[in-house]
Design a protein around this ligand. Structure first.
Ligand SMILES: [Zn+2]
Ligand SMILES: [Zn+2]
Length: 133
C-alpha cells in the first residue's frame, strides 16, 4: 500500500442515509459550552484527523454531533476511554461502525479509531473481511 487513501463511506445509524460527501463527512454540531449550532466536517480519509468547521471550538469542548439528514444525535452513552466524554458513532456502509470521541482535541476524536493499533487493525478487518454481495 504505497499511497493508501482509504475513503470511509459512512452512514447515519438512525436513518441509514450516506453522510460521506466526497472526502468529507459534514455533520450538524452543537457546542455544549457556548450553545452554538453549526456544522463540523470530518475527513472521510482513514487516519486523517483534520476537521473543517465554521464554529470556534476550543480545545476540550464537547461537540454534540447530529445527523444532518434526520437530526438524530450521534452520541452514545459510552464514554471515551481516553477522556470520558461521550463517544459518537457512525455506521460504515460496508458493515460495522466507527466510534469517535466528541471532545475536541482528544486523540479519540478523529475518524479512524483512538490511535490504538489494535482498534485500527480491528477496524481494517471489519472493513475488508465484510463480503460485498
Ligand atoms: Zn440520520
Ligand atoms: Zn476523548
Amino acid at each position: 500500500m504505497a499511497k493508501a487513501l482509504l475513503l470511509l463511506e459512512l452512514e447515519c445509524p438512525h436513518c441509514k442515509r450516506v453522510l460521506t460527501k466526497g472526502e468529507k463527512v459534514p455533520l450538524d454540531a452543537f457546542l455544549r459550552d457556548t450553545h452554538q449550532d453549526g456544522q463540523v466536517s470530518l475527513s472521510a480519509l482513514f487516519g486523517d484527523y483534520t476537521i473543517e468547521t465554521d464554529l470556534k471550538i476550543r480545545e476540550g469542548t464537547i461537540v454534540e454531533f447530529r445527523c444532518p439528514e434526520c437530526e438524530a444525535s450521534l452520541l452514545l452513552s459510552l464514554p471515551c476511554r481516553m477522556c470520558g466524554a461521550p463517544m459518537a458513532s457512525l455506521n460504515l456502509t460496508s458493515g460495522g461502525y466507527l466510534e469517535f470521541c466528541s471532545r475536541r482535541g482528544c486523540k479519540g476524536h478523529a475518524l479512524g479509531g483512538v490511535g490504538d493499533i489494535d482498534q485500527m487493525i480491528n477496524l481494517m478487518n471489519r472493513m475488508f473481511e465484510t463480503p460485498y454481495d
